[in-house]
Write a protein that binds this ligand. Structure first.
Ligand code: ATP
Length: 385
């Protein structure tokens, strides 16, 4: 087992913009670390530098306390599981798992023992004589993991291993990977662009954007205390609403209505500002008609015109279109583009209890849990709260 330490790691391809820009990150011994971010943010490049498949332009990479910048991939004793499994179609499951041991000229009795142990752990014992073509997607995935595990490497590295699977299988495999990692307690770095995987799998999550590390923290920290607009918009599904607002004392004038911030710390964060973006997660809205007067008094009630509702059984989403003020719309458009166009909509998404009878058309009363809103600087994206 080994800790992985990155010190100001930079990767430049040619003379271009750095694909990875001064990333410093500590993956503790036995920790499950997720690298997440949108396409092109540099997460695969960073993973490939850990494994040694990519040269490091500057900075230091340490594995188990030793600098490995110049150490060949094979000598790093790491195991990588790729997106496309990379199984050998002509070999049986047994030989696919045994492959790294055969390469290392491991004696046959040890190969037999270790492959059988690994197969048992992954519930593949019955399938050892099959070829990959005769396995389901999930079984193939387990074989690929088996090959990584059998070597008893110091760390596992996963590059989007589940992206080729359908949604149901992805869910199952997520649980399996999580269970297996806990059982083996091996240091793991896992790359994904999927925030659900990021939130459910890891001990900690590192969010990257354009090669720059934005925030590292537990899933809960990222959800509750995002450092900026980007992390706030990336983590959580449906994503956080960002309402442009003009500030008047502790009062916010938003496209959904005007409301006060009762929390002194949040109100203080508004100090001297004219405009902010108010971040409200869909789940921090409620149908005002369903809550007590006492609770109502702790937040803000706004009147909104819902134009579409989606009923999901356990909850429902309501969509509230609005117009952003003209002076903010160019800025919002730029931000929106960067956040994959989904975050800075001109509509708010509201998650309501399944019991809510709010219908499209007409005015509805929505309650906002103002203690949970975030305030962002629209120019820098910094979280002010
Ligand atoms: P994805 O999820 O799409 O794989 P990513 O976050 O893993 O994206 P990387 O593949 O690490 O991103 O790429 C980061 C940046 O480096 C991108 O702008 C990409 O175009 C660039 N890049 C990656 N590999 C090379 C290469 N071999 N030569 C030149 N540029 C590259």
């Amino acid at each position: 087992m080994a800790a992985i330490t990155m010190k100001k790691i930079v990767k430049r391809y040619g003379d271009g913009f750095p694909a990875v820009n001064e990333v410093s990150l500590d993956v503790r011994d036995g920790e499950f670390m997720i690298l997440v971010g949108p396409s092109g943010c540099g997460k695969s490049t960073l993973l490939r530098m850990i494994v040694g498949l990519e040269d490091i332009t500057s900075g230091e990479m340490l594995i188990g306390g030793k600098v490995v910048n110049k150490v060949a991939p094979r000598q790093r004793n790491l195991s990588m599981v790729f997106q496309n499994y990379a199984l050998y179609p002509h070999l049986t499951v047994f030989e696919n798992i045994a492959f790294p041991l055969r390469l290392a000229k491991t004696p046959d009795d040890e190969v037999q023992r270790r492959v059988k142990e690994t197969a048992e752990l992954l519930e593949l014992t019955e399938h050892l004589d099959r070829k990959p073509a005769n396995l389901s997607g999930g079984q193939r995935q387990r074989v690929a993991m088996g090959r990584a595990i059998v070597r008893q490497a110091d760390a596992f590295l996963f590059d989007e291993p589940l992206s080729n699977l359908d949604a149901k299988l992805r869910g199952q495999m997520r649980t399996e990977i999580s269970r297996l990692q806990r059982r083996l307690g091996v240091t793991t770095v896992y790359v994904t662009h999927d925030q659900t995987e990021a939130m459910t799998l890891g001990d900690r999550v590192a969010v990257l954007r354009k090669g720059v590390l934005q925030q590292v923290g537990s899933p809960r920290e990222l959800y509750e205390e995002p450092v900026n607009l980007f992390v706030a918009g990336f983590i959580g599904s449906p994503s956080m609403n960002f309402l442009p607002a003009s500030v008047d004392g502790a009062s916010l004038d938003t496209p959904l209505g005007r409301f006060e911030l009762r929390d002194d710390r949040k109100a203080a964060a508004l100090g001297g500002r004219e405009v902010v973006l108010v971040g409200v997660r869909p789940e921090h809205f409620e149908d005002a008609s369903l809550i007590s007067e006492e609770k109502k008094a702790k937040g803000a009630t706004v009147h909104a015109r819902v134009d579409v509702t989606e009923w999901l059984g356990n909850e429902q989403y309501a969509y509230v279109p609005y117009e952003a003020p003209a002076d903010l719309s160019a800025q919002l458009r730029d931000l929106s583009r960067e956040l994959d166009g989904d975050q800075l909509r001109t509509q708010a998404i509201v998650a309501l209890d399944a019991a809510s009878t709010i219908k499209p058309g007409g005015e509805s009363e929505l309650w906002i849990d103002t203690a949970k809103v975030h305030l962002f600087d629209p120019a820098t994206g910094e979280n002010l709260t």
